[in-house]
Design a protein. Structure first.
Ligand code: ZN
Length: 474
């Protein structure tokens, strides 16, 4: 006999902001969840027998946020002193020396930290980009982060990343963290068979994701694209993140990153790029025409001084744009809600106060991200959509005085990004601002011990003092 359908009635939310096709917002309304789908939205909805009832008075109800770009393994190297003021290439070459130490156990605890923080700050779906597979590890690193995602209950889109061009062949990474095309393709096939679920309410979809133009060969790009298209998977990579990368592509390939992506078959509705900071109006038009998506990562771009991505122009042209926290070592948080605020502020620096508004940024964080990941039933609250819903308590001192517009309030005001409630696939995974399925104190303790151990080992092997501050602002 099938288990009876579980119901959750969210009662009397201050406002339900749906981000549906009409951008409807319902003040003082209820949301009924049946199983893993939204059943209905309205006033005074009847509670089905046995329903869990959540009193949402004073709370804003939103679709959960969608994170389109991350490197969970970097969570344990947040704010490393040696590279606090370094730009991307210098930042990478130093941190590779610590990341060489990652193992399935390290990835598991790093993923618990990153995914736990994402859930607490309102994310219900996250992708991840794991591209570094040290020879010394057993290679089962994606499996370890999938285990963490399942333990916490987040909808997960891990991408099988890779690097093939080590230092000895003109790339940036050490040779012992790169792999051959054959090794990568075989492991990708293994992961697809073991985990990929293409169904509309999938909790786990695999995508394929070579690291960047400066760390893989052209053959890796074309072979992975062919494999992805055989299985109906999405493709992801970093592109046009920094001026250094554009210069590298001009020198190595004789063309700009977007031209190179097109040459290797990487423009299309099944592709999304992280960053796209240094792209021209003509390249934006090619993204729009091909349906190529972008994950905008404002905190990372500010943190590494990479530049300002032309997001308002991309949105105007019709490019699918979502938001990404990027790795926790280039942002130092896994807070997608914070990224929506950062996006709003960053584009005003360049384009003035009317360059972008709060709802546009929240739409990128929800519906926009769901479109970029191809999860069509996520990112909105509408009958039949996935029951991925968050509640934010507006009756906190940080929101006092901002009740004129309870939706925009969460980007303009607030002193914390911890949500009250997070529901993923019809399951409550954050309640009263705490994870329901894991002990946060245990995760924190294990993460700090593991992080200290990795730095110690890397220092012993390389002689580099990662805890020193050699580069001061001039
Ligand atoms: Zn990244």
């Amino acid at each position: 006999m099938n288990a009876p359908t579980k119901h959750i009635l969210i009662r009397n939310a201050r406002c339900v902001a749906t981000f549906d096709d009409n951008s409807a917002e319902f003040p003082n309304s209820d949301v009924l969840i049946s199983g893993n789908r939204i059943h209905s939205i309205g006033r005074d909805l009847a509670a089905p027998e046995g329903a869990t009832i959540i009193d949402a008075s004073g709370k804003l109800c939103l679709p959960g946020f969608v994170n389109c770009h991350h490197h969970l393994f970097q969570t344990l190297t947040r704010g490393v002193p040696l590279v606090q003021n370094a730009e991307l290439f210098e930042w990478l070459t130093n941190l590779y020396e610590i990341w060489r130490e990652i193992t399935p156990e390290v990835v598991h605890v790093a993923a618990l930290v990153g995914l736990g923080e994402l859930l607490l700050t309102g994310c219900t779906t996250s992708s991840d980009h794991l591209y570094l597979f040290p020879r010394a590890s057993d290679g089962r690193l994606i499996d370890a982060e999938i285990r963490a995602a399942r333990e916490l209950g987040i909808r997960f889109h891990p991408t099988r990343g890779c690097m093939t061009r080590g230092k000895s062949r003109g790339g940036l990474p050490p040779d012992d963290v790169v792999q051959t095309d054959e090794e990568i393709l075989a492991d990708a096939e293994r992961l697809i068979a073991a985990y990929h679920d293409p169904s509309p309410d999938s909790m786990l979809r695999i995508a394929l994701a070579p690291c960047s133009p400066f760390s893989v060969d052209e053959s890796t790009m074309t072979e992975l694209a062919a494999l992805a298209r055989r299985h109906g998977l999405r493709l992801h990579t970093h592109l046009a993140e920094t001026r250094d990368e554009n210069a590298y592509c001009e020198e190595m390939y004789g063309m700009r990153p977007v031209d190179w992506a097109e040459k290797v078959g990487w423009l299309g509705p099944d592709v999304w790029f992280a960053h796209a900071v240094h792209i021209s109006p003509e390249e934006i038009a090619r993204f729009a025409e091909s349906g190529t998506g972008v994950s905008h990562c404002p905190a990372s771009n500010m943190r590494l001084g990479s530049g300002i991505a032309p997001v308002p122009a991309m949105l105007k042209a019709g490019v699918p744009v979502g938001l990404g926290v990027d790795g926790s070592a280039s942002n130092d948080t896994s807070d997608l809600w914070g990224e929506a605020r950062n996006a709003m502020l960053l584009h005003r620096v360049e384009g003035g106060a009317a360059a972008i508004d709060a709802r546009t940024c929240l739409r990128m964080a929800t519906r926009g991200g769901a479109a970029v990941l191809g999860h069509e039933l996520a990112g909105r609250i509408a009958p039949g959509s996935l029951a991925d819903v968050i509640l934010i308590d507006l009756e906190k001192i940080g929101f006092a005085g901002a009740a004129h517009d309870p939706v925009a309030a969460i980007l303009f005001a607030g002193d914390s990004h911890i949500v009250d409630t997070n529901i993923v696939n019809g399951e409550i995974v954050v309640e009263n601002g705490r994870l329901t399925r894991a002990l946060e104190e245990h995760i924190v303790r294990t993460a700090n011990e593991t992080a200290a151990e990795m730095v110690k080992t890397a220092t012993k092997k390389t002689g580099i003092d990662f805890l020193s501050f050699p580069k001061q602002p001039s």
